[in-house]
Design a protein around this ligand. Sequence first.
Ligand code: AHG
Ligand code: MN
Ligand code: MN
Length: 338
Amino acid sequence: MERRPIGITVSRQIMDSQRMHPGATGELSGLLSELIVAAKVISAEVNMAGLADILGVSGKTNIQGEQVQKLDEFANNTIIRRMARCGYICVMTSEEEDDIIPVKEGYEGKYTLAFDPLDGSSNIDVNVNVGTIFSIHRRASQWRKGSREDLLKRGRDQVAAGYIIYGSSTIMVYTVGEGVHGFTLDPSVGEFFLSHPDIKMPEESKYISVNEGNHRYWSDEMRQYIDYLRQEDKASGRPYSARYIGSLVADFHRNLITGGIFLYPSDSKNPDKPHGKLRLLYEASPLAMIAEQAGGRAITDEGRTILDIEPGDLHQRVPLIIGSKIAVDEAEKFLLGL
Ligand code: AHG
Ligand code: MN
Ligand code: MN
């Protein structure tokens, strides 16, 4: 019988990375390990969702004005309960919570955590990939209790960022600023094994991911760029194939592996959301760190680099153009009229 290869577990990868920093205290490793336990619990629930009574809406709406799915709530509570007493963070913010989330008194640590507990909620009931996205910063304030200010930090200052995507398999992709690595969960042993070492985002794009339903609400420049991608030009691989799952984490992951560009630009569809739908702290910033670490780029539709944006609010929305470098460079030229 062929023996299973002795894989590198994500815990081993985290410890190896820690060993490269002699002054490391192990707190970041501990934080990531706790987050991984929460991810395993969420993965088990997502995979059982069709059988357990956990599909559908919870009957609540969140600060985003969106219906909270039962699985959103489960994922949110799972992460909050576990991380509030892990001892490595001093404050959290979640897409599902209006205000900051304090940690248990006496359990404050030196990091902060921003997360989207379940991204792609609209896809839960139709069994399409969803995911968890996380962003980790070091605490700015010297005193123990964490604050909003500790969370309102530029993406460039992230200590770590990543996501877990629940689909045909559960895959965790993360970076601590030393490249991007992917791990696949082997449910039979409950371990994440290294499956995508040192991921590099292909410079060439194969796919464009954008909600064409918003075409009429985009700026003229955005419409011209999308129309340009529809023209035939073999040399530049146009027209790209269209792939849009409606889960940012799934659209991003495919483009990370195969090459592509994802856009959620500003649109005039909803005056309350002039900067598009996606949130800076726990969607755009963490994925922008992953993209740049893997050789890609992430900008707004005004050409601003996502990682350099100073956040003003926990749930601040930003237009997001993210993916293969050549495609994002080209989009930037169009949008800036260069
Ligand atoms: P969330 O489920 O966390 O609210 O995120 C959903 C987001 C993102 O995952 C996806 O790219 C986008 O919503 C899809 O929005 P549209 O349905 O407007 O295209
Ligand atoms: Mn989301
Ligand atoms: Mn979400």
